[in-house]
Design a protein around this ligand. Structure first.
Ligand code: NAP
Ligand code: ZN
Ligand code: ZN
Length: 349
């Protein structure tokens, strides 16, 4: 039983603090990974503070994991000790239902085993995430991190990368398409890089005027402030696809007005409270409002390989684990350029 050092939220109102626990003994299909880096996703904050309801405590967040394989089970064929491996938002699923067979493990009919704030498929063993020194994951849910990618900067690809890559692919983002990226944080900056790599003309829509120069450096063609109401007039009917990554409640109707006829707005951000959508926002010009949840394991591998081919990783600020509570506060105020990544060596002491 691997002994693990981690950081956990003891309840929804207390700061994260040191927490030791044991992982299950690796079985024949499992990979034991010594974690090197873990990205900090805004979903970690929503869940550690129980903003979505139903949180399980103590909670060890973290689902942007890169590490080194420390042991493999007897039936593991794709990984060997010493390999670099990645783990994202899922650690198991039934693997036999229709969604699982269709490479959509995130929609498993029997309930996906999430990397943390969930249970293993036995529905009793709690799962603990990547703010920890090690993790045991079935080979099927373990990703190959292509050689050549900076390992710390690759960690955010495991959630922010796949979450933005998948809707760009679902809506067939193609050269010349006008893509709007709303909110320039962890997901948003990956959406800019990935949409640009697919040949799109990207416009960033942000509340933070100070991020304008970064947006262009990341690959956007234009940057517009959403604090300026004139932006919504100027861009009315202009965009083919909007990728909305805002983590807090905001007016979807205002952004829907920026779509061309039959354009699509995809919600990725999960504000804790609902927001009304006026029928006219959609009926006018046959606009579409969609959502997207991470991506399946095969698509996650495809995204990692795409990133390796295009030299894409996240822009990161590396932090020691002790900084995690301050990092959360900075993310809530939009002050991150553009993903915090925890150096897990700081947990080993
Ligand atoms: P993040 O790094 O904190 O970025 C969110 C950005 O949203 C901020 O940088 C800010 O951008 C903007 N924003 C924040 N508060 C705002 C407000 N009150 N009004 C307007 N804009 C605001 O967060 P993230 O890690 O990218 O995650 C974003 C959201 O996606 C979260 O809700 C997270 O839970 C969700 N998520 C969903 C999936 C999925 O599968 N669908 C996967 C991962 C995460 P500007 O400064 O540019 O305005
Ligand atoms: Zn995430
Ligand atoms: Zn299933």
């Amino acid at each position: 039983m691997p002994k693990i050092q981690g950081f956990a939220a003891p309840d929804a109102r207390s700061p994260l603090a040191p927490f030791s626990f044991v992982r299950r003994k690796p079985g024949p299909e499992d990979v034991l990974i010594d974690i090197l880096y873990c990205g900090v996703c805004h979903s970690d904050i929503h869940q550690a503070r129980d903003e979505w309801g139903g949180a399980i405590f103590p909670m060890v967040p973290g689902h942007e994991i890169v590490g080194r394989v420390a042991a493999v089970g007897t039936e593991v064929t794709r990984f060997a000790v010493g390999d670099i491996a990645g783990v994202g938002c899922m650690v198991d699923s039934c693997r036999t239902c229709k969604p699982c067979r269709d490479d959509l493990e995130q929609f498993c009919d029997r309930g996906t085993a999430w990397t943390y704030n969930g249970t293993e498929m036995d529905r009793t063993t709690p799962t603990y995430g990547g703010y920890s020194t090690g993790i045991v994951v079935p080979e099927h849910f373990t990703l190959k991190v292509p050689a050549g990618l900076d390992l710390a900067a690759a960690a955010p690809l495991l959630c922010a990368g796949i979450t933005t890559y998948s809707p760009l692919r679902q809506w067939n983002c193609s050269p010349g398409d006008r893509v709007g990226v709303v909110g320039l944080g962890g997901l948003g900056h990956m959406a800019v890089k990935l949409a640009a790599s697919l040949g799109a003309e990207v416009t960033v829509l942000s509340t933070s005027a100070a991020k304008g120069a970064d947006a262009l450096r990341l690959g956007a063609h234009a940057f517009e402030s959403t604090r300026d109401r004139a932006t919504f007039k100027k861009l009315a009917g202009h965009l083919d696809l909007i990728i909305d990554t805002i983590s807090a409640p905001h007016d979807y109707n205002a952004y829907l007005g920026l779509l061309r006829a039959r354009g699509v707005m995809v919600l990725l951000g999960v504000p804790p409270q609902p927001t009304p959508v006026a029928a006219f926002s959609l009926i006018t010009r046959n606009r579409r409002l969609a959502g997207s949840l991470i991506g399946g394991i095969a698509e996650t591998q495809e995204m990692l390989d795409h990133c390796a081919r295009h030299g894409i990783v996240a822009d990161i600020e590396m932090i020691p684990i002790e900084y995690i509570n301050e990092a959360y506060d900075r993310m809530i105020s939009g002050d991150v350029r553009y993903r915090f990544v925890i150096d897990i060596a700081t947990l080993r002491g």
